[in-house]
Design a protein around this ligand. Structure first.
Ligand code: PMV
Length: 324
């Protein structure tokens, strides 16, 4: 009898470069260690089952909105010659869905890692990203790949589409990030399409904003290396204003950004696709993080999270180690 195995993956936050990343510019993104998803594969007497907050039943009966997960599991079982194996996959997730926190990618990564582990097969990080993207192609259409790359990373990353992502030198280890949910679902495909349409209709206005978001990511990389919190914060706020001009902010996200800065944050911005979803604020201390989180909740945030940067320091590790 096989043994029960588990694997996890993290929520992600894009610090810099959402949308511009689609056009080949770099982005900086962080795994959120405190907000994770766990996939456990348990031997079963017969059948293939999934238990999660959205679905409890046979994998082949997975509903339309979970088609990406179904295809992913079928793809893995075919690749590993295990289409007749019997098991239950149990998903325990702290990541809210459709809030720009990478819930679907994190679930795909955790399932992929857990199934490879269950069938005693090693998997390299490159392979993991390719396989998990089977799900993302279906759920998100044409993703840049930043979600799967971040949720499967142990470190903050520098991400460029179609290139190997690399660990970034991240020295803001005393600061905190406040994350607030606007309570409105993010709309990734709609936001990406809006910008693509505007790039055709209003190229003179839109193209410079995209290009500048790319420059900002480069400046932020240096600022993070130098632990220049003030500059990182300013670059976040400038990014937010650019994203607003690109048409993907909302009045609620704007209000949360303004309130965070008025209450002492170094800077703040929406994160992810926008048109809903979450925003982030960079603050100097745990007390200040708590204060800003309280203010945002009073202003209508449906959830807030506080992430310390204590464990985000740069470590030299081979990012392409086997992780199976
Ligand atoms: O799905 P979200 O909200 O995390 O946004 C993904 C980031 C985008 O740059 C908007 C799209 C992409 O594929 O990179």
């Amino acid at each position: 009898m096989k043994k029960t195995v588990s694997a996890n993956s993290f929520a992600k936050i894009i610090l810099f470069g959402e949308h511009s990343v689609v056009y080949g510019h770099p982005a900086i993104a962080l795994p959120l260690y405190s907000v994770d998803v766990n996939a456990t594969v348990i031997p079963a007497n017969s059948g293939q089952w999934l238990r999660s907050r959205y679905f409890d039943g046979e994998i082949q009966q997975l509903s339309e909105n979970l088609l990406g997960i179904k295809r992913l599991i079928n793809w893995i079982l075919t690749t590993l010659n295990q289409t007749n194996a019997s098991f239950t996959i149990q998903i325990d997730s702290k990541i809210p869905a459709e809030r720009g926190m990478g819930s679907s990618a994190a679930t795909a990564v955790a399932i992929t890692k857990a199934l490879f582990k269950y069938f005693d097969k090693p998997i390299s990080r490159d392979n993991l990203l390719q396989i998990a993207n089977v799900e993302e192609q279906i759920t998100h259409g044409n993703p840049s790949g930043i979600d799967t790359a971040t949720v499967s990373s142990e470190h903050p990353i520098w991400f460029v589409k179609h290139q190997e992502n690399e660990q970034i030198e991240f020295n803001l280890t005393t600061d905190y990030l406040v994350i607030a949910d606007s309570g409105i679902k993010g709309k990734t495909a709609e936001a990406v399409n809006l910008i693509a349409d505007n790039l055709i209709d209003e190229a003179d206005e839109i193209q410079p904003l995209i290009t500048d978001l790319g420059h900002i990511a480069h400046q932020a990389k240096t600022a993070l290396q130098r632990a220049d919190s003030k500059l990182v914060g300013e670059l976040m706020t400038t990014s937010h204003h650019h994203l607003n001009r690109l048409g993907v902010s909302t009045p609620v996200l704007d209000k949360f950004v303004d309130l965070s800065i008025a209450n002492g944050a170094y800077g703040a911005k929406l994160t992810g696709s926008g048109m809903g979803g979450c925003m982030i604020a960079l603050v100097a201390s745990s007390q200040q993080a708590q204060h800003v989180a309280n203010i945002l909740r009073d202003a209508g945030a449906t959830s807030t999270w506080i992430q310390s940067f204590k464990n985000y320091g740069y470590t030299v590790e081979d990012a392409d180690d086997n992780i199976g």
